[in-house]
Design a protein around this ligand. Structure first.
Ligand SMILES: [Zn+2]
Ligand SMILES: [Zn+2]
Length: 304
């Protein structure tokens, strides 16, 4: 809730005219409590998670050949009931774990200093903070994920996320409730260390969620804007991790590729890509080989 009763009062306090975005924010948030504004995150989770994966899921069901050639595991087709079950289970997870976690973390959000007032952050401030959040999330997630692939972590917690060996967008948050809690830590560590405006926090959770959906989409589109992000792993990088499954010692990072490169956990993936490239070159005359990548090799030599 803003401490000003009118736009004029806000302008007087800031000593300048409000920008159009600040006027918009004033009109929207002036009478709303900080807790209510923070709870928007839950709504965003439901909204984006339900809508963003839909086009690809519909394409998967229709299996258009134009789009099918970009599918990473073309021989795996999930049924409509598999998709409904995945969506239903994740919705249950939202209601029982993610929602309550969001509600309960509000005191921490206030404590670290996430602000809701004016002035609004500049575009550069938002971009830099999001960059820091992504780096922290990626690094923390890498080590936690790698830990979850030990015998205990996998059998007790992480095996649920790997039920989908050829993931779809809806499977991005499909996991055991304890994994959601554990991986929530690196997600929130960035905003805790570099606190910003609540709008930046909303954007962070939305973009991170959309990124996870793309990573689990099962499709690698050459025209995806994410292709221009340096060291970005994308769907191909993480899909391979799911393809290999519980035995995987490759591609633990959730967003970028450099952690796997630095710590040597992408050797199996690189070996696989090299093998694939060689086979494609060898059999380039056969159109049958197009897009059959993961059927050629399922070896994941232990690399750490
Ligand atoms: Zn894993
Ligand atoms: Zn995954």
């Amino acid at each position: 809730m803003l401490p000003y009763r009118s736009l004029q009062e806000a302008e007087l306090a800031l000593g300048r005219k409000l920008t159009w975005a600040e006027k918009l924010w004033f009109n929207y948030s002036a009478q709303k409590s900080d807790y209510y504004l923070y709870c928007h995150n839950i709504l965003f989770f439901f909204f984006f998670f339900s809508l963003v994966p839909l086009p690809l899921v519909l394409m998967e069901l229709k299996f258009s050949k134009n789009i099918g050639k970009y599918k990473l595991q073309p021989k795996v087709r999930l049924s409509f009931s598999d998709m409904v079950r995945c969506y239903r289970d994740v919705m249950r997870l939202f209601v029982l774990t993610i929602g309550p976690l969001q509600l309960a973390s509000y005191p921490t959000v206030k404590w670290v200093g996430i602000r809701t007032g004016l002035p609004l952050p500049s575009g550069w401030e938002i971009l830099l903070q999001l960059f820091v959040y992504f780096i922290i999330e990626d690094y923390g997630n890498y080590w936690i994920h790698r830990f979850l692939h030990n015998k205990w972590g996998y059998e007790k917690i992480h095996h649920v996320h790997h039920e989908f060996t050829a993931p779809i967008g809806f499977a991005a948050p499909y996991a055991y409730w304890a994994e959601i809690l554990i991986l929530g830590f690196p997600s929130f560590l960035g905003p805790a260390l570099v606190p910003g405006h609540i709008i930046t926090l909303w954007l962070w959770f939305i973009i991170r969620q959309v990124e996870a959906i793309e990573t689990h989409s099962g499709y690698d589109f050459p025209w995806s804007p994410s292709k221009y992000i340096p060291f970005y792993g994308g769907a191909e990088h993480h899909d391979y991790h799911h393809f290999v499954g519980g035995q995987s010692h490759s591609n633990f990072a959730s967003i970028f590729t450099y952690c796997d490169y630095i710590y040597g956990t992408d050797k199996g993936y690189r070996y696989h890509k090299e093998t694939l490239k060689m086979l494609k070159e060898k059999w380039s005359s056969s159109s049958e080989q197009n897009g059959n990548g993961y059927q050629i090799s399922n070896q994941d030599p232990k690399s750490d």
